[in-house]
Write a protein that binds this ligand. Structure first.
Ligand code: FE2
Length: 326
């Protein structure tokens, strides 16, 4: 019998750490309107989580001179997976910094590194399961906060969509080879890969990496951070709450072809960061899932089965202008 040695695995998307030039306004959006809960804060940094999240945070908002994504965190499946990923990443030539506990509040020792695209990641295992105040606690023993506690009351973080000016195919291969992400669906233009949706969970994507438009000057950026609601109807309720609060929806509601999810996009008025409200996507359980390819003739269906179809105007530019870089 040969000795079994498991490969390290990522369990889930942990959090996004975003900078905002107007922390108070961003906090109003993410707390009062989206309905996230604050678990820790300083004068310049606030940690938040959604109503169904037991772990310390899924979002860090930090005051800064401009809006940007600082980094994305991922929780690994087992404590020893940090060492496993350290070995794989350094073996493949990636610089990895080992950071002590509480580099972000609530999490244990972590690894920091960046994708070839420049997007920064952090891996961790240990995390605080923050207690809920009695006044906020759900009657449900399996749910931290009361249902519909305030605002849209998003349930959990769902995925993050990253844009790169580099070749997206190379990023997808890097995520697969180094971190074990599986390609679930992808889009191809005449010059190659223009986007891919990848996951380590049964979700169609925990992360998407898309080709940025040729006009982009930032090589690594975030297109949006998505939070989940349980039902398609809840996305319509979210639309009402947003419009009643004075928002113009960025796009939606509509239904994506990729993932089949119901969605809307809205911007944080404090930072301009785009947030997606996302629901009713399909799940993948097949261990031998074959990635679904959407070609040029299918691209508009991939982005929106119905509802808005003009929210990624650069896609047409990409189809015409995307070239595969070295
Ligand atoms: Fe999305």
């Amino acid at each position: 019998m040969t000795e079994f040695r498991h490969y390290p695995e990522i369990a889930k998307l942990g959090a996004a750490h975003l900078y905002t030039p107007d922390l108070d306004k961003s906090l109003w959006f993410f707390h009062d309107i989206l309905g996230l809960h604050i678990t820790a804060r300083t004068d310049t940094k606030v940690y938040l989580r959604a109503g169904m999240e037991h772990e310390h945070h899924s979002l860090v908002l930090e005051a800064g001179d401009r809006a940007r994504l600082d980094h994305v965190t991922w929780r690994v499946k087992r404590p020893e997976d940090l060492e496993g990923f350290h070995e794989i990443l350094t073996g493949n030539g990636t610089d990895v910094a080992v950071e002590p506990p509480n580099a972000e509040d609530g999490i244990g020792e972590s690894l920091r590194f960046q994708m070839p695209s420049g997007h920064k990641f952090r891996l961790y295992y240990d995390v605080e399961k923050t207690a809920v105040a009695d006044a906020d606690r759900s009657v449900l023993l399996n749910q931290p906060y009361r249902s519909w506690h305030h605002g849209i009351s998003v349930r959990r973080i769902d995925h993050i969509n990253l844009w790169t000016t580099h070749d997206p195919l190379a990023q997808h291969e890097w995520l697969s080879d180094n971190l074990g992400f599986k390609l679930r669906e992808y889009a191809t233009g005449p010059h190659g890969r223009i986007g891919g949706w990848m996951s380590v969970t049964p979700l169609v994507h925990d992360v998407a990496v898309m080709k940025a438009g040729p006009q982009e000057t930032t090589p690594a950026r975030m297109h949006h951070l998505a939070y989940w609601l349980d039902n398609a109807q809840d996305v319509l309720r979210a639309s009402d709450i947003l419009v009643e609060a004075g928002f113009a929806l960025d796009q939606g509601p509509g239904k994506h072809g990729v993932s089949q999810a119901m969605f809307l996009y809205v911007r944080d008025p404090g930072s301009g960061h785009r947030v997606e409200i996302f629901s009713a996507g399909y799940l993948i359980f097949d261990p031998d899932w074959e990635p679904i390819e959407w070609g040029m003739k299918d691209i508009k269906m991939a982005l929106a089965m119905w509802g808005p179809t003009d929210y990624m105007p650069h896609v047409d530019d990409n189809i015409m202008n995307t070239t595969t870089e070295a």
